[in-house]
Design a protein around this ligand. Structure first.
Ligand code: ADP
Length: 574
């Protein structure tokens, strides 16, 4: 409990008890006052009248005027009847006095009046006694209650007296001693106040301070400088560019490589705000860009930088630096280190591979085409009639050469995509023309597998902005995949529909579907779902994606394992 709350509770309770004590005392004093007033009012006056009447009876023997005094006191008494029985006796006295007035010397009457007066005196004295007993009881009860309230007040006051000074004084004393210890450079001193009160908080702040002082005390300046130099040397000797930014994106350090590729002088770089530098320096702008675009293969796009009189390629890696400050518990962000990995050798190898593939596939295309032509000649029977076995051999050679041609075609397209050489011929194209072209192209394999091709096309669709040949190629690729992954006598739906600002082409099959784990990867180059047909290259969908995206469209798939797949792409209306 907080000390403030403890004080409030203790003193508040004490205040309430004192208030209660005062109220009890005031109430009993009032009751006692009432009782005394009653005695005075009711009985003392009657006794006074009775005494006056007795004296008047005696005085009347020498002075008849004394009867007047008697009469006067009797009248007063008649108005001051307060006790039980007092009324009758007073009436009796009044009646006897009436008779006595007629014969004032009647001794017997005088004696009777005296006796009545004595009785009146007795009644009142008894009443006084009873009232005095009652007052005594009131006094006793008052005493009891005042004693109870007083004791509680005493206990509370005593508790506060015993505990409060210690509760406040002891921690302050300990704190004073600890501060003295810190002043005497004893930084291992710590406070150990348990609890969540103000002193607990004070102890935690004090300990944090002591911990920091201890750390500073232990750190030796020359040692720190050596460490700093070591790290600086390490960074500057790295062959890859490294730039360090603080939490406000000011450049803290940059090694030689980084300075070289930035094209800036060291003095223009160090200590400057990267955000301001980015306005004029393209490289810095790219480096501090929060989310670098992914190039469709889950890798960050590589940066092409011209340095050392040649083009170099880098991959950016940003490492956020966080520390837990001494004595604290929460992590704090203190800056970023930007590392540029030089991937030029890999890129060069990649180019070499692409060029090789392009050359080989290009060189292969011609002989394969001539093989196909020779096969056609063989089939036309101008070169002689083939028997059944020869016919079968020829058709199997034709299938293989078709496949080879498809593969070399795909490899060539891919190398064009990789070198950025896609030549697009975008023009207004009719979606129906694309659809019919693709449907015709897959007629043979569709018939061979006895597949039903269901074509659904919305009516009066507008033209699309597309490269007719490449778009048809994508649709054919969807359809050949659908045929390949469909059962014999299955069904494939081609749909062309209006999708607002664009036209959507989709191909749905009832094949085995695609596991959700691979769905995002099937558009990656050379990726084939494990266990699927090995006849392809894994390039069809990657090329399709490049073709569609190069035309400003988007491509995708929805599929559930065992429920078939729907591949689609959308192209803007012309
Ligand atoms: P491939 O030439 O191997 O068919 P693609 O890029 O066209 O290469 O396809 C990549 C992978 O996607 C294929 O290996 C296959 O596993 C999967 N795939 C493509 N189309 C379908 C489909 N209609 N049904 C099931 N799987 C498919």
């Amino acid at each position: 409990m907080k000390i403030k709350t403890k004080l409030r509770l203790g003193l508040g309770l004490l205040f309430l008890m004192i208030l209660a004590l005062s109220l009890i005392a005031a109430r009993y004093v009032y009751v006692l006052k009432e009782d005394t007033e009653n005695i005075l009012q009711d009985n003392y006056k009657t006794l006074d009248y009775t005494r006056n009447m007795l004296l008047a009876v005696d005085d009347a023997k020498v002075d008849p005027k004394a009867w007047k005094v008697f009469e006067q006191n009797l009248e007063n008494q008649l108005k001051n009847v307060t006790e039980p029985g007092e009324g009758e006796i007073t009436q009796k006295i009044a009646a006897r006095f009436k008779s006595l007035k007629i014969n004032t010397n009647d001794e017997a009457l005088q004696v009777a009046i005296r006796r009545d007066l004595a009785e009146l005196t007795r009644i009142n004295m008894q009443a006084i006694l009873a009232k005095s007993d009652k007052a005594l009881l009131t006094v006793q009860s008052a005493f009891l209650w005042i004693a109870v309230a007083g004791t509680i007040c005493f206990v509370i006051a005593l508790t506060l007296l015993v505990n409060l000074p210690g509760n406040i004084g002891n921690p302050i004393r300990e704190l004073t001693e600890s501060i003295r210890a810190i002043a005497a450079k004893n930084y291992s001193e710590r406070l150990h106040f348990a609890g969540n009160d103000e002193f607990g908080e004070l102890a935690s702040s004090f300990n944090t301070m002591a911990e920091k002082l201890e750390e500073y005390d232990n750190s030796n300046l020359s040692q720190i400088l050596v460490e700093k130099k070591r790290i600086e040397a390490l960074i500057s000797n790295m062959h890859e560019p490294v730039i360090g930014l603080d939490e406000n994106k000011n450049v803290l350090f940059a090694n030689e490589e980084a300075v070289k590729i930035s094209g800036l002088a060291v003095s223009d770089l160090l200590g400057k705000s990267a955000t301001e530098l980015a306005v004029q320096n393209d490289l810095i702008r790219v480096l501090i860009e929060e989310n670098q675009k992914l190039n469709g293969q889950n890798h960050p796009a590589s940066l092409k930088i011209y340095a050392d009189n040649k083009e170099s390629y880098f991959e950016k890696e940003v490492v956020d630096i966080t520390i837990v400050p001494t004595g604290e518990r929460v992590k704090k962000f203190i800056g970023q280190v930007i590392l540029l990995k030089n991937i030029t050798p890999f890129k060069e190898l990649d180019f070499a591979k692409t060029n090789f593939i392009a050359t080989v596939s290009h060189e292969l295309k011609t002989p394969i085409s001539s093989i196909k032509m020779s096969l056609q000649l063989l089939e036309t029977q101008q070169t002689g009639t083939l028997n059944d076995d020869q016919q079968q051999l020829v058709s199997s050679i034709r299938e293989d050469s078709d496949r080879l041609l498809k593969i070399t075609g795909e490899l060539l397209s891919m190398s064009q995509v990789e070198t950025g050489n896609i030549q697009l011929n975008i023009q207004q194209s009719s979606p129906y023309a694309i659809l019919n072209y693709a449907a015709d192209a897959v007629k043979n394999p569709v018939d061979q597998k006895h597949i039903e091709l269901v074509i659904q096309a919305d009516e009066l669709l507008p033209d699309v902005k597309a490269d007719m040949e490449k778009t048809a190629w994508v649709l054919i690729n969807f359809l050949t995949n659908a045929v390949r992954y469909s059962q014999e006598e299955g069904k494939i739906h081609i749909r062309v529909a209006d999708a607002g600002n664009s036209i959507q082409f989709s191909v749905r099959d009832d094949g085995k579907g695609i596991d959700s784990r691979y769905r995002t990867r099937i558009f990656d180059r050379y990726f084939q779902v494990p266990g699927s047909s090995k006849t392809g290259t894994g390039l069809g969908l990657a090329i399709s994606k490049e073709f569609i995206e190069a035309q400003g469209g988007n491509i995708g798939v929805t599929s559930e394992i065992g429920m078939g797949s729907t591949f689609y792409f959308e192209l803007a209306k012309a």
